[in-house]
Design a protein around this ligand. Structure first.
Ligand SMILES: [Fe+2]
Ligand SMILES: [Fe+2]
Length: 289
């Protein structure tokens, strides 16, 4: 099938993203230099949560490589695909920079707060996890974007909830900064899904639904001791719920029905399937643990 967006639809979405992004830079080093860290305020569970999310952020190189390979500039297809992918590159590379900064800021925090015993140990632990094979696992562009929509919402909510529970001020500040970035990422992917719904209607709905029914966080099948760590991680962030992103997607489709009355039936049918899936024990029920 391979549904795509017209470049005249895609380009303004990306320009809007980069316009905001260019104004929202922050210094990963400065953040840690401005204020003294009081690591006595960190609980063991919070330290584990920081290690866990560092691994999640640190899979940025493989995640971005996966995106770039799916949207090649020189794919040998029609010129319009190259033009589309060149536009998308403006987003991918900027977004990748931001995610990479998240990984590095968390790693720097681990060192400054003595969560990691040494730079060598930290770099080894991080690379061991991030070189494991990874694939987003969907071939349709709208499915790749849906997967990331869910993931951005999960990270945004997690950082928000964790920041409220943390009393160590530098970490709380860092987590709020990460949540702000994730919120901007999520907004971009929301607009992309809207554009797919506008352009492809019911065909896009079916593809979006398929992703939501099998959604798992990246690294769920590779990170050491993932299940136990994901449960502990959730406990550290009261208010966070692993099912929340799929609920947000269901709500998003319901709102889309207001813009597209002719799609109201399939949109509501899909959102009902998502909500039903959230109540069943699998696979969504285990999506974040
Ligand atoms: Fe991130
Ligand atoms: Fe993000």
């Amino acid at each position: 099938m391979n549904l795509t967006l017209d470049v005249h639809t895609l380009r303004p979405l990306i320009s809007d993203y980069n316009r905001l992004a260019d104004d929202s830079d922050w210094n990963r080093f400065g953040l840690l230099e401005k204020q003294e860290i009081d690591s006595s305020l960190l609980t063991q569970g919070q330290k584990e949560a920081v290690i866990f999310v560092t691994h999640i952020e640190n899979h940025t190189p493989t995640y971005i490589s996966d995106y770039l390979s799916r949207f090649p500039i020189d794919g040998g297809r029609e010129l319009k695909h190259s033009i589309h992918n060149r536009e998308l590159f403006h987003f991918i590379i900027r977004w990748g920079l931001e995610e990479d900064r998240h990984a590095e800021a968390l790693a720097l925090y681990q060192l400054a707060a003595d969560i990691a015993p040494s730079t060598d140990k930290l770099l080894n632990d991080m690379i061991e996890e991030s070189i494991k094979p990874f694939s987003i696992g969907f071939s349709e562009p709208v499915q790749v974007f849906t997967y990331t929509f869910l993931q951005e919402k999960a990270t945004q909510l997690y950082y928000q909830c964790l920041s409220k529970a943390v009393s160590e001020p530098v970490l709380a500040h860092l987590l709020r900064q990460l949540a702000k970035d994730e919120s901007r990422h999520f907004a971009f992917f929301s607009k992309i899904l809207d554009a797919y719904l506008d352009a492809h209607g019911e065909r896009a709905i079916d593809l979006i639904l398929e992703v939501s029914l099998s959604y798992r966080m990246p690294l769920h099948n590779t990170l050491k001791d993932y299940r136990r760590r994901a449960i502990l991680m959730s406990r550290e962030a009261p208010g966070y719920h692993r099912k929340f992103p799929v609920g947000v997607l269901a709500e998003h489709l319901e709102h889309s029905a207001e813009r597209h009355p002719q799609l109201s039936v399939p949109l509501h049918r899909a959102s009902a399937r998502m909500r039903a899936g959230m109540e069943s024990p699998s696979p969504i029920a285990s999506s974040l643990n």
